[in-house]
Design a protein. Sequence first.
Length: 238
Amino acid sequence: MAAKRILARAWAQEAAARLAACYMRLVWRTSRWDTRGGEAAEALHRAGRAFIVCFWHGRMLMMPFGWKRGIEISILVSAHRDGRLIARTIARFGVGTVTGSSHRGGATAFRAMRKALAAGRCIGITPDGPRGPRMRAAMGIAELARRTGAPVLPASYAVRRRRVLGSWDRFILPWPFNRGVFVWGAPIAVARDADDRAVEAARLRIEDSLNALSSEADAHFGHPPIRQADAAPTGRAS
């Protein structure tokens, strides 16, 4: 509890964010990385189309390196202490944030994301965050795609040498001097006039695609797949 109270302070968050960013750069610069399926993101970027990139909460650490420089993107983070720490960390890589969740500031965050997409900026979402269930997509991401017409691009990554933490999201901590791969799925579109059944079907496609991509990336290095939580999705969007 004392550590949590300390980490809630601005100076401690700044120090932790600096250390996290340094570690991320160390992993990136000392490892060899490949990318699979990134053509869809490249094509949308060249066409000037904004998209919604999604990835599981447990695989967020190296994702700022997963897209091409010049793609302006903001990640949805919670207003909780952990969300503030994430925001401070990814800001060092030129990644913006939208703050909110279904618990706090959800409507405001949804409007901000719609505005960003309309202005041509991409949005990043962890559809099982900030509290899970693990690897279960909340409805909010499919609803955002319906309201904006922006396609959803699922993405994941894996590394050869890693530690899978015992946290709810089975967070992946990659080691330096490693091998890694980013994998991108096909765009998933939701029509603006889609009914609720079609939106639910899109949500399930997003979830299935993310799980398939993560399993594919893990299998590339001989890792067994990380299982999704048994609980049903809660409808949370961030």
